[in-house]
Design a protein around this ligand. Structure first.
Ligand code: AMP
Ligand code: MG
Length: 349
């Protein structure tokens, strides 16, 4: 997906890229593809006629196009307008999706004691991660520049929301919803499908997904990628669930000594989180699953169970930098591991 993003950026003229962003081509039997947030997103539905599916797909196309435009962290759009207003100390009217993302982020920042913090857009930009082309090549930022940003303590809790208007009491707050937007997008997409009378669907953004109902007579079945290659395991969706993975292995900066600096930043140190290669979470909602996966990468090998607890997360599968696999008992009940017995069971306190 990253390669696709890089290719489209490098070789296609802007107009054609815009068309691709919104392109929705039908794939038999009842699925559609979209290109959004730098990822190919596939929606498949079951149990409805072609006409209903097509109408829903057209509504999704419009919605995804708007989300992509409005929530982009480094291209002109509604979120950039908000960030500019914050930097200038001004109040600004914004759209309901951004307000919903701020509210959910405030809640999760609070519950993770700041490990999940989408107000650190300044730091993420400083590390050069406001790009679709990975790896980013070059040395890390100067520690003095990181320190200067850390000192200003940007937090989503600095944001006040009033009648559709937002204001930050801290001008260093720069929103970057890269850790939660995809999750919220699949939640909104699910609602659009339900509104069209579709009760069986899977919305899959490169392995990050929300699924509900059934695939005909069977449950939706999905695979979980092994960050070291191949497939770690597979599972069946039960009812209505979101499955999200965060990893520190795909998107990173690399310097001339081959030292890697992954894209998930610990907001307390200003440096990339380490120790965890990938975390997969099953939860009831996409936004929570997405943000929690990012937060658990930041929490690291010793703290992740105590960070999962206040989020109400009980299904976690984690691979550490040594390739060891850990899983909660509730996750072990659900996942069929490719290498059975390879995961160490860890209780959430
Ligand atoms: P994900 O792939 O969902 O883990 O999201 C990673 C993205 O979230 C990064 O590329 C950044 O845009 C953003 N991000 C990085 N670190 C954090 C953090 N500590 N809290 C919230 N968002 C973050
Ligand atoms: Mg995430």
């Amino acid at each position: 997906m990253t390669l696709w993003a890089a290719l489209t950026r490098r070789y296609l003229p802007a107009g054609l890229l815009a068309m691709l962003l919104t392109a929705c081509h039908e794939k038999p039997p009842l699925s559609a593809e979209y290109f959004v947030f730098g990822t190919l997103l596939e929606v498949s539905v079951a149990g409805v006629d072609r006409r209903t599916a097509k109408q829903a797909y057209a509504a999704l196309q419009q919605a995804f196009q708007q989300m992509h435009r409005d929530w982009h962290a480094w291209e002109p759009g509604a979120l950039m307008d908000v960030n500019q207003a914050f930097a200038r100390g001004q109040r600004i009217q914004t759209q309901s999706g951004i307000i919903a993302l701020i509210r959910q982020s405030q809640d999760i920042e609070r519950r993770t004691a700041g490990r999940f913090n989408p107000a650190i857009g300044g730091l993420i930009g400083l590390w050069g991660f406001h790009t679709s082309e990975f790896p980013v090549i070059g040395p890390p930022p100067r520690s003095a520049d990181i320190e200067a940003l850390l000192k200003r303590k940007p937090s989503t809790l600095d944001i006040e929301i009033n009648d559709g208007q937002v204001f930050s009491v801290n001008s260093s707050v720069q929103l970057d919803f890269g850790g939660i937007a995809k999750g919220y997008a699949v939640d909104l997409a699910r609602q659009i499908l339900l509104d069209h009378g579709i009760n069986d669907a899977i919305i899959n953004a490169g392995g990050d997904l929300r699924a509900f109902g059934q695939n005909g007579q069977r449950p939706w079945r999905i695979a979980i990628r092994n960050p070291l290659g191949g497939v770690l395991g597979s599972l069946e969706i039960s009812g209505d669930e979101a499955v999200f993975t965060s990893g520190n292995y795909e998107r990173y900066r690399q310097d001339d000594k081959q030292q890697r600096y992954p894209h998930i930043i610990d907001p307390r140190t200003g440096y990339p989180a380490s120790g965890v290669l990938a975390v997969t979470i099953i939860a009831d909602e996409g936004a929570l699953a997405d943000a929690a996966a990012t937060a658990l990468v930041v929490a690291g090998l010793t703290e992740w169970p105590e960070v999962a607890a206040p989020l109400g997360i009980d299904k976690v599968l984690l691979t550490d930098e040594k390739g060891r696999v850990f899983a909660t008992p509730a996750m072990l009940e659900r996942v069929e591991l490719t290498d059975p017995g390879s995961a160490v069971a860890i209780q959430i306190p």
